[in-house]
Write a protein that binds this ligand. Structure first.
Ligand SMILES: Cc1cc2nc3c(=O)[nH]c(=O)nc-3n(C[C@H](O)[C@H](O)[C@H](O)COP(=O)(O)O)c2cc1C
Length: 188
Protein backbone atom coordinates (compact mmCIF):
# COMPACT_ATOMS: atom_id res chain seq x y z
CA UNK A 1 0.00 0.00 0.00
CA UNK A 2 1.32 3.50 -0.84
CA UNK A 3 2.31 5.87 1.97
CA UNK A 4 0.42 8.64 0.08
CA UNK A 5 -3.25 9.13 -0.81
CA UNK A 6 -4.49 11.44 -3.55
CA UNK A 7 -5.82 14.81 -2.36
CA UNK A 8 -8.83 16.09 -4.34
CA UNK A 9 -7.74 19.21 -6.26
CA UNK A 10 -10.49 21.31 -4.71
CA UNK A 11 -8.98 20.56 -1.29
CA UNK A 12 -5.26 20.85 -2.11
CA UNK A 13 -5.12 24.50 -0.92
CA UNK A 14 -5.58 23.12 2.58
CA UNK A 15 -2.10 21.61 2.38
CA UNK A 16 -0.61 25.11 2.59
CA UNK A 17 -2.99 26.87 4.94
CA UNK A 18 -0.62 27.47 7.84
CA UNK A 19 -0.06 31.23 8.11
CA UNK A 20 -2.02 33.08 10.77
CA UNK A 21 -5.51 34.17 9.83
CA UNK A 22 -5.63 37.95 9.49
CA UNK A 23 -8.61 40.23 9.96
CA UNK A 24 -8.87 42.88 7.24
CA UNK A 25 -10.82 46.01 8.16
CA UNK A 26 -11.83 48.97 6.00
CA UNK A 27 -14.20 51.93 6.13
CA UNK A 28 -15.51 54.83 4.07
CA UNK A 29 -16.21 57.39 6.80
CA UNK A 30 -19.75 56.09 7.39
CA UNK A 31 -19.44 52.32 7.44
CA UNK A 32 -16.74 50.01 8.72
CA UNK A 33 -16.47 46.29 8.08
CA UNK A 34 -13.95 43.59 8.82
CA UNK A 35 -13.51 40.00 7.73
CA UNK A 36 -11.01 37.19 8.25
CA UNK A 37 -8.70 36.39 5.36
CA UNK A 38 -6.70 33.17 5.20
CA UNK A 39 -5.46 33.56 1.63
CA UNK A 40 -2.69 36.14 1.50
CA UNK A 41 1.07 36.28 1.33
CA UNK A 42 4.02 38.61 1.85
CA UNK A 43 5.09 40.05 -1.48
CA UNK A 44 8.05 42.18 -0.34
CA UNK A 45 9.61 43.05 3.03
CA UNK A 46 11.08 46.42 2.00
CA UNK A 47 8.76 48.08 1.29
CA UNK A 48 6.37 45.80 3.24
CA UNK A 49 3.80 44.66 0.70
CA UNK A 50 1.15 41.94 0.83
CA UNK A 51 -1.09 40.24 -1.70
CA UNK A 52 -4.60 39.62 -0.42
CA UNK A 53 -7.27 37.47 -1.95
CA UNK A 54 -10.30 39.49 -0.92
CA UNK A 55 -13.49 38.75 -2.80
CA UNK A 56 -14.83 41.84 -4.55
CA UNK A 57 -18.33 41.05 -3.26
CA UNK A 58 -17.24 41.51 0.39
CA UNK A 59 -18.20 44.83 1.99
CA UNK A 60 -14.63 45.02 3.35
CA UNK A 61 -13.28 44.96 -0.22
CA UNK A 62 -15.81 47.56 -1.40
CA UNK A 63 -14.81 49.92 1.46
CA UNK A 64 -11.07 49.33 0.97
CA UNK A 65 -11.28 50.15 -2.73
CA UNK A 66 -13.48 53.20 -2.06
CA UNK A 67 -11.13 54.66 0.56
CA UNK A 68 -7.81 53.32 -0.75
CA UNK A 69 -6.88 52.04 2.73
CA UNK A 70 -7.33 49.00 4.93
CA UNK A 71 -5.88 47.51 8.09
CA UNK A 72 -4.49 44.02 8.51
CA UNK A 73 -5.01 42.78 12.07
CA UNK A 74 -3.65 39.70 13.81
CA UNK A 75 -6.25 38.00 16.03
CA UNK A 76 -5.36 35.59 18.83
CA UNK A 77 -7.05 32.30 19.66
CA UNK A 78 -9.26 33.78 22.40
CA UNK A 79 -11.09 35.68 19.63
CA UNK A 80 -11.70 32.58 17.46
CA UNK A 81 -15.51 32.67 17.82
CA UNK A 82 -15.61 36.36 16.90
CA UNK A 83 -13.29 35.79 13.93
CA UNK A 84 -15.57 33.02 12.69
CA UNK A 85 -18.59 35.31 13.07
CA UNK A 86 -16.83 38.06 11.10
CA UNK A 87 -16.22 35.46 8.40
CA UNK A 88 -19.74 34.01 8.41
CA UNK A 89 -21.86 37.17 8.20
CA UNK A 90 -21.36 40.05 5.77
CA UNK A 91 -21.28 43.68 6.75
CA UNK A 92 -23.80 44.07 3.92
CA UNK A 93 -26.26 42.41 6.35
CA UNK A 94 -25.39 44.04 9.69
CA UNK A 95 -22.85 46.13 11.58
CA UNK A 96 -20.79 43.14 12.77
CA UNK A 97 -18.26 45.13 14.75
CA UNK A 98 -20.90 46.84 16.91
CA UNK A 99 -22.73 43.53 17.27
CA UNK A 100 -19.58 41.82 18.53
CA UNK A 101 -18.50 44.75 20.70
CA UNK A 102 -15.16 45.09 18.87
CA UNK A 103 -13.53 48.49 19.30
CA UNK A 104 -12.45 50.49 16.25
CA UNK A 105 -10.19 53.55 16.19
CA UNK A 106 -8.84 55.62 13.30
CA UNK A 107 -5.33 54.74 12.24
CA UNK A 108 -2.53 57.25 12.72
CA UNK A 109 -1.32 57.07 9.13
CA UNK A 110 -4.72 58.01 7.70
CA UNK A 111 -8.17 58.55 9.29
CA UNK A 112 -9.70 56.14 6.75
CA UNK A 113 -7.85 53.16 8.22
CA UNK A 114 -10.08 51.53 10.85
CA UNK A 115 -7.94 49.69 13.40
CA UNK A 116 -9.42 46.97 15.61
CA UNK A 117 -7.75 47.43 18.99
CA UNK A 118 -8.88 44.05 20.40
CA UNK A 119 -6.39 42.33 18.10
CA UNK A 120 -2.78 41.59 19.02
CA UNK A 121 -1.18 43.58 16.20
CA UNK A 122 -2.13 45.58 13.17
CA UNK A 123 -0.70 47.14 10.04
CA UNK A 124 -2.19 50.24 8.50
CA UNK A 125 -2.04 49.75 4.74
CA UNK A 126 -2.62 51.65 1.52
CA UNK A 127 -4.14 49.83 -1.44
CA UNK A 128 -1.51 49.94 -4.20
CA UNK A 129 -3.07 47.94 -7.00
CA UNK A 130 -6.19 45.97 -7.80
CA UNK A 131 -4.74 43.09 -9.77
CA UNK A 132 -8.01 41.30 -10.27
CA UNK A 133 -11.53 41.65 -8.88
CA UNK A 134 -10.46 39.45 -5.94
CA UNK A 135 -6.73 40.15 -5.68
CA UNK A 136 -5.19 43.31 -4.26
CA UNK A 137 -1.67 44.49 -3.50
CA UNK A 138 -1.29 46.59 -0.34
CA UNK A 139 1.62 48.30 1.40
CA UNK A 140 1.95 48.73 5.16
CA UNK A 141 2.41 52.38 6.18
CA UNK A 142 2.85 51.68 9.90
CA UNK A 143 2.40 48.79 12.28
CA UNK A 144 1.93 48.16 15.98
CA UNK A 145 1.99 45.01 18.09
CA UNK A 146 1.03 44.50 21.72
CA UNK A 147 3.91 44.70 24.16
CA UNK A 148 5.57 41.27 24.25
CA UNK A 149 4.00 39.97 21.04
CA UNK A 150 7.22 40.35 19.09
CA UNK A 151 10.38 39.27 20.91
CA UNK A 152 13.67 41.17 20.71
CA UNK A 153 14.56 38.89 17.81
CA UNK A 154 11.33 40.01 16.10
CA UNK A 155 9.90 36.49 16.33
CA UNK A 156 6.24 36.26 17.27
CA UNK A 157 5.63 35.01 20.83
CA UNK A 158 3.21 32.13 20.19
CA UNK A 159 3.03 31.12 23.85
CA UNK A 160 1.73 34.50 25.02
CA UNK A 161 -0.13 35.47 21.81
CA UNK A 162 -1.31 32.27 20.09
CA UNK A 163 -2.37 33.07 16.54
CA UNK A 164 -5.12 31.27 14.65
CA UNK A 165 -4.23 29.04 11.72
CA UNK A 166 -7.12 28.08 9.49
CA UNK A 167 -7.31 24.36 8.81
CA UNK A 168 -10.56 24.55 6.83
CA UNK A 169 -14.25 25.12 7.56
CA UNK A 170 -14.69 25.92 11.25
CA UNK A 171 -11.38 24.33 12.28
CA UNK A 172 -8.30 26.24 13.40
CA UNK A 173 -4.96 25.24 14.84
CA UNK A 174 -2.55 27.01 17.15
CA UNK A 175 1.22 26.59 17.15
CA UNK A 176 2.55 25.11 20.40
CA UNK A 177 6.28 24.96 19.98
CA UNK A 178 8.93 27.29 18.64
CA UNK A 179 11.77 25.44 16.89
CA UNK A 180 15.09 27.27 16.51
CA UNK A 181 16.74 25.18 13.83
CA UNK A 182 20.30 24.68 12.59
CA UNK A 183 20.47 23.56 8.97
CA UNK A 184 21.35 19.91 8.41
CA UNK A 185 25.09 19.26 7.91
CA UNK A 186 25.53 17.32 4.71
CA UNK A 187 28.43 15.92 2.72
CA UNK A 188 30.86 15.47 5.65
C1 LIG B 1 -11.43 31.51 8.60
C2 LIG B 1 -11.95 32.27 7.40
C3 LIG B 1 -11.08 32.65 6.40
C4 LIG B 1 -11.53 33.35 5.28
N1 LIG B 1 -10.64 33.71 4.33
C5 LIG B 1 -11.05 34.45 3.26
C6 LIG B 1 -10.12 34.86 2.26
O1 LIG B 1 -8.93 34.53 2.30
N2 LIG B 1 -10.58 35.63 1.24
C7 LIG B 1 -11.89 36.01 1.15
O2 LIG B 1 -12.25 36.72 0.19
N3 LIG B 1 -12.82 35.62 2.07
C8 LIG B 1 -12.42 34.87 3.13
N4 LIG B 1 -13.32 34.47 4.08
C9 LIG B 1 -14.72 34.85 3.94
C10 LIG B 1 -15.04 36.27 4.45
O3 LIG B 1 -14.36 36.55 5.64
C11 LIG B 1 -16.57 36.38 4.65
O4 LIG B 1 -17.24 36.17 3.44
C12 LIG B 1 -17.01 37.67 5.33
O5 LIG B 1 -18.30 37.48 5.86
C13 LIG B 1 -17.03 38.89 4.41
O6 LIG B 1 -17.48 39.98 5.19
P1 LIG B 1 -17.78 41.44 4.61
O7 LIG B 1 -18.78 41.30 3.50
O8 LIG B 1 -18.30 42.20 5.79
O9 LIG B 1 -16.49 41.99 4.12
C14 LIG B 1 -12.90 33.71 5.18
C15 LIG B 1 -13.79 33.31 6.19
C16 LIG B 1 -13.32 32.60 7.29
C17 LIG B 1 -14.28 32.18 8.36
Amino acid sequence: MSAFVEVPLEKCYRLTNSGPVIVVSAGDGNRVSACPVAWYHSHSDAPPQFLLTLAGSHLTSELALASGYLAIGIPTADLADKVLYLGSVSGHEEDKLTRLGLKVVSGQSHPSVPVLTDLAAFMECAVLKVLDEDLILVEALRAEARVGALGEDSVWNQQAFPTLHHLGGKSFGVLNNRLDVKAAKVGQ
